[in-house]
Design a protein around this ligand. Structure first.
Ligand SMILES: C[S@@+](CC[C@H](N)C(=O)[O-])C[C@H]1O[C@@H](n2cnc3c(N)ncnc32)[C@H](O)[C@@H]1O
Length: 313
């Protein structure tokens, strides 16, 4: 549907039926437009499950790109498709599901491989942070020329609290000094200012999708059921352009389904009238109004004004 500042509207009415909606365009090598998904696989899982951060829509750290150290990836570094069969324990490199994914990721993966990320990894994994990994990948994409530094500017940022800003400054210093220590020329990283970091993170925070893949086998189904009980059923996070314009509703009329990688389907949950806004739910709808408002305010940085919240349900 056409974009409006109020979200996305459906030009024609829709019947309640599965509806193919979007496919992440490829991560083009030198595209001037943001190639999305900016997808980030989840990698090494901490040995113990850290407590859930306040933004419970997202459960814990996503460390998918620590490929030069002790990491055994189970999903494609670029598109998040699961590795077929039992993962071997090959260490030291990222998994790519196809030559196309390997080629598309070549630029930013090459940059990322040149750097020792252990300080940033320790910082994020001890605090259960995952978004700095997405900013890191984006920074590598900017350095490699895959995207422009302003590629997320069109997206709406979350409002940030003072405490969050202070945390971000620390993460920014760590990211900047890591690139500096790796010997990157100053002119390659001039875009990497504190303000850039904060602007990007404020957008990732409210626009990134947590990706949960459909289980492809009975074993996968069992392990994802266990993962969703114990820790995290997601395989990573991705930012998309158009889908970022879907507003949230605690009683949504559509729902996103991930298939085998970061491509997604938008399914209608009921009949939708012509002109009606398509809305998705960013969080778990089963919580009461106070819990939902708390998560949306603290985790996503906005107060929900959907009908359900307004009616106090
Ligand atoms: C992912 S963006 C959605 C698209 C956005 N409205 C735009 O024009 O770019 C999320 C932002 O939209 C606004 N938003 C989305 N759903 C909302 C809701 N139910 N109540 C109030 N604001 C909402 C908030 O400002 C939030 O930070």
């Amino acid at each position: 549907g056409p974009r409006s500042l109020d979200g996305l509207r459906r030009p024609r009415s829709l019947r309640y039926s599965p509806h193919r909606h979007w496919r992440g365009p490829p991560l083009g090598a030198a595209s001037r437009h943001p190639p999305f998904p900016l997808s980030l696989p989840r990698g090494e899982r901490p040995s113990t499950c850290p407590p859930s951060p306040p933004n419970q829509g997202f459960i814990f750290a996503t460390n998918g790109v620590n490929c030069i150290s002790d990491w055994s990836p189970q999903v494609c570094y670029r598109c998040l498709k699961r590795k077929a069969g039992k993962g071997d324990d090959s260490r030291g490199d990222c998994y790519f599901c196809s030559d196309a994914c390997r080629e598309h990721a070549e630029g930013f993966h090459g940059i990322q491989k040149k750097v020792d990320w252990s300080l940033l990894d320790d910082h994020c994994s001890s605090r259960g942070l995952k978004y700095p990994y997405m900013v890191r990948r984006l920074a590598c994409m900017v350095i490699s020329g895959d995207v422009g530094a302003d590629c997320l500017d069109i997206l709406q940022p979350a409002q940030l609290h003072q405490g969050t800003l202070i945390e971000m400054e620390e993460e920014f210093e760590l990211l900047k000094s890591t690139f500096r220590k790796a010997g990157f020329q100053e002119e390659l990283t001039t875009f990497l200012t504190k303000q850039w970091y904060i602007n990007i993170l404020a957008r990732i925070r409210v626009n990134a999708f947590r990706i949960e893949l459909v289980a492809s086998s009975y074993e996968d189904l069992l392990s994802s059921a266990v993962a969703s009980v114990t820790c995290d059923a997601s395989v990573g996070n991705a930012v998309y352009m158009l889908p970022s314009f879907y507003n949230h509703d605690c009683d949504p009329n559509t729902h996103i389904v991930w298939l085998e990688n970061a491509d997604a389907k938008l399914k209608t949950l009921r009949d939708i009238d012509e002109g009606e806004e398509l809305r998705i739910c960013y969080i778990d709808t089963s919580m009461d109004v106070n819990a939902r408002q708390k998560i949306l305010t603290e985790g996503f940085g906005f107060q929900c004004r959907c009908q359900r919240c307004l009616s106090g349900d």
